[in-house]
Design a protein around this ligand. Structure first.
Ligand code: GMT
Length: 373
């Protein structure tokens, strides 16, 4: 098959999923063409069958806001004809699904199929904004097929847009050979040289990730047991984290790593992953940690219950209940046998349920279905 993938190239869940899907599809013999304004950050230059089409913008003075959406649609239409693409797979509804739709209208003779994968904030935050609601809904219903990355997100699509039947859930995926428990755990010794238990949080530090809850939970755990925490990523609330760490007097035990490529080895050094988000359609970072055998604590009002088995591979707590999160963490980190059993359960369930071979095949089946319709 010849597949176009449209995605955000920057660090972030939807870009990671889109890029890795493209890489796996290319490995499985499909020809994959990426469209974006920069090279996706997990790009593999050594793979055959993989092409990148940079989308330019115009800085003509009349354009206060350069019309990226239009140049993207024109690029998709152009390459779809030149390379004879079968499908364009848009990751994130705004604006990618709309650009796919527009490209398809530009070349009606081509019968290009457009598939949209919804990732979360394109529905729960951006799509539900008044000014985006109609066009986001339109982008979903006018796609040849749409997928959501969790049952939780499928329900959000139903609640937000009253589209309840035509969304297929295809979970995000992972390669257990890349995300695996540490052995030997040298990096753990580097970050926790005095035998401390090591906590990890990884995100883009936007307000919905509830960074203050991460620090607050950590401070409460830190009072009871010897712990350190690694913070991977950066964003608007990085400064809040630094300030809170100073206020609590725990700066020495908080390690800010910023954005990193080598997250698998860092995650596997941890004892516990914290993701107390307000919104989380899936929680890619939590899946990566669990696959490394690191139990996780998350919020029960998100998609995290589809990843974390409460009382088996971690805990699901109420949004903002940092007392409960800290209490559960202390219980788990103080009991070796309990931790071992949670770690094993996390690794086993996640590596089976979200195995990339199984999930990439589900996307291939969906492509086949759409093309043969
Ligand atoms: O979490 C973010 O803010 C990034 C966002 C994105 O669009 O890149 O992530 C969303 O997509 C990921 C991949 O499907 C999911 O794992 C995240 O849960 C989802 N984020 C939210 O729903 C907040």
């Amino acid at each position: 098959m010849k597949i176009g993938i449209v995605c955000y190239p920057v660090i972030g869940g939807s870009g990671v999923v889109a890029t890795e899907l493209g890489l796996y599809l290319a490995q499985r013999g499909h020809q994959v063409h990426f469209f974006s304004y920069a090279l996706p950050f997990r790009w593999d230059p050594n793979l055959q069958n993989l092409f990148y089409h940079q989308v330019e913008t115009s800085n003509y003075p009349l354009f206060k806001y350069p019309p990226y959406t239009l140049t993207l649609a024109a690029k998709i239409a152009d390459i779809a004809v030149k390379e004879d693409l079968d499908i364009v797979h848009a990751h994130y509804a705004i604006p990618h699904a709309i650009c796919g739709y527009l490209a398809k209208q530009m070349i009606p003779e081509k019968n290009l199929k457009v598939i949209t994968t919804l990732h979360g904030t394109d529905v729960t935050l951006v799509g539900s904004e008044k000014s985006f609601w109609d066009i986001t809904r339109f982008s979903i219903v006018s796609s040849d097929a749409s997928t959501a990355v969790s049952e939780h997100l499928k329900k959000e699509v139903c609640n937000t847009f009253n589209i309840c039947n035509d969304i297929e859930v295809i979970y995000n995926f992972i390669d257990p050979a890349k995300y695996k428990p540490c052995d030997p755990c040298d990096l753990r010794k580097t970050y926790a040289p005095n035998g401390e238990k090591l906590l990890i949080h990884m995100s883009n530090f936007r307000s919905l990730k509830r960074i203050p809850d991460v620090i607050d939970t950590f401070a409460k755990i830190h009072k009871k047991i010897k712990t350190r925490i690694i913070l991977i990523g950066e964003g608007p609330d990085t400064a809040t984290a630094t300030q809170m760490a100073e206020n609590y007097g725990i700066s020495d035990d908080i390690i800010f790593l910023g954005s990193r490529q080598d997250v698998a080895s860092i995650l596997s050094a941890g004892h516990l992953f914290l993701l107390p988000s307000e919104h989380e359609s899936f929680g890619l970072a939590a899946m990566e940690a669990l696959c490394c055998g690191v139990p996780a604590i998350g919020t029960d009002s998100t998609g995290l219950p589809e990843l974390i088995d409460h009382g088996k591979s971690g805990f699901l707590c109420k949004l903002g209940d940092t007392d409960d999160m800290a209490e559960k963490a202390v219980e788990l980190l103080s009991d070796e046998d309990m931790w071992e059993s949670y770690s094993k359960h996390a690794r086993k369930t996640v590596s089976e349920k979200f195995n990339y071979e199984k999930i990439v095949a589900q996307y291939e089946n969906m492509y086949d279905k759409v093309l043969n319709r």
